[in-house]
Design a protein around this ligand. Structure first.
Ligand code: 5GP
Ligand code: ZN
Length: 141
């Protein structure tokens, strides 16, 4: 299930060190090595799956079940007043490590991280077309 060339598999199996804040049978949470803010965490399943599309709903539920505790703990530990929970899927999203992980990024009003991406609008008919396409794909096997 593990990929010997995968940095997060190697961290999950303690072959390479990381600052662990949490571990259970299925997951570890560590400090990100290049934090966007102090306390920036990564929640990583021990199972190697490249991204969120490869994990079963049950396994994802078990993995993410700890997010409320992690977010609360890191906010309390750092004095953050908010947090972004972020999961990048695919290189075009910015994903750099192709082993599923969730970022937990503590936030305060005065940080300079930003968040508001350049939102667009739908051209006439596009929202309906996209809505139908997503619904069709949801019911595809
Ligand atoms: P992605 O862009 O794939 O969503 O995020 C990957 C994250 O993993 C980055 O924030 C990066 O700093 C972090 N990262 C990459 N390599 C290591 C490592 O060896 N140790 C730790 N702790 N974090 C890492
Ligand atoms: Zn891996």
């Amino acid at each position: 299930m593990n990929d010997p060339n995968c940095i997060f598999c190697r961290i999950a199996t303690a072959q390479i060190p990381a600052a662990r804040v949490f571990e259970n049978e299925r997951a570890v949470a560590i400090l990100d090595i290049s934090p966007l803010a102090e306390g920036h965490l990564l929640l990583i399943p021990k199972q190697h799956v490249p991204d969120i599309r490869g994990i079963s709903p049950a396994d994802l539920g078990e993995l993410t079940g700890v997010l409320p505790r992690l977010v609360t703990a890191v906010m309390n530990a750092t004095g953050a007043t908010g947090a972004n929970v972020l999961q990048n899927t695919g290189a075009s999203s910015g994903q750099a490590v192709f082993h599923l992980h969730f970022h937990i990024i503590p936030r305060v009003e005065s940080d300079a991280l930003g968040y508001r991406w350049n939102a667009g609008t739908y051209a006439a008919g596009r929202a309906e077309a996209i809505k139908e396409a997503v619904i069709q794909n949801l019911s595809a096997p």
